[in-house]
Design a protein around this ligand. Sequence first.
Ligand code: CO
Length: 209
Amino acid sequence: MRFLKNLFDKNKKWAEKIKESDPDFFTKLSKQQNPEYLWIGCSDSRVPANEIVDMMPGEIFVHRNIANVVVHTDLNCLSVIQYAVNVLKIKHIIVCGHYGCGGIKAAMDNQEHGLIDNWLRNIKDTYRFHQDKINAIEDEQEKINLLCELNVVEQVDNICHTTIVQSAWKSGQELAVHGWIYSIEDGILKDLNVCITNQEEISRIHQIN
Ligand code: CO
């Protein structure tokens, strides 16, 4: 109970396996990280960032929360974005949602879920923006999946509206913000084709001169 031996055993084997193929792997990595990507994804245990895109430690900077939401005042997420953009100089920010997301599902019902309702309200806002389109669908699962996609698009916008991203663009830094969705059922990623790469692509009201 106090010591999770199986996890430490697995860790030892994992580190040994990596060292077998590249003896200097951890030594090199301990000196610096140089990832090109920031991944903002759902906390769901079935959506592990590195594994999905088959990347090694050091290749992807990660932030995960319930339903991959980027809230304007979330210091945690904003700090991650700031560090990734300003210090690591990552070139791509990826918001990756997933179909059948429990957070999205919970945001679509009218029940009380406790503290998390404050978080889910952000998703209810996105629902409200698109309610005509979502309500026109009959199938419950399809409704959820559409909101899963729309939520990703909304978060791509939210990232681009930050002063962090806009300042980077203004200074000439190359930075693309992508929206993807992952299917737990077959392990396949889909690009939602909402990539934003400069200030002119965001709504005028959000552009900061
Ligand atoms: Co989820």
